[in-house]
Design a protein around this ligand. Structure first.
Ligand SMILES: [Zn+2]
Length: 77
């Protein structure tokens, strides 16, 4: 089942910044300039709407000090 729609929460492999990415695009360029291939980048979570993804990014950024938050541990409020 291809996941080609929706918005994924991803982490940059270079600077570890957490961001949301529109899965209708093949790549996402991080603010550090690193280009992420959305098919190869691990999706920490996938949401149907950009708003939900953005909210998840904010919550994950708050937990960033403990490292990457896996999708399994992530709980929607
Ligand atoms: Zn980056």
């Amino acid at each position: 089942m291809p996941e080609l729609t929706g918005f994924a929460v991803i982490g940059c492999s270079k600077c570890r910044r957490i961001m949301s990415a529109d899965l209708s695009y093949a790549t996402k360029t991080c603010q550090c300039g690193h280009k992420l291939d959305l098919k190869k980048t691990k999706h920490l979570a996938v949401f149907a709407s950009a708003e939900d993804a953005a909210q998840a990014v904010m919550q994950m950024q708050e937990r960033k000090n403990t490292g990457f938050t896996s999708a399994v541990k992530f709980e929607r409020v």
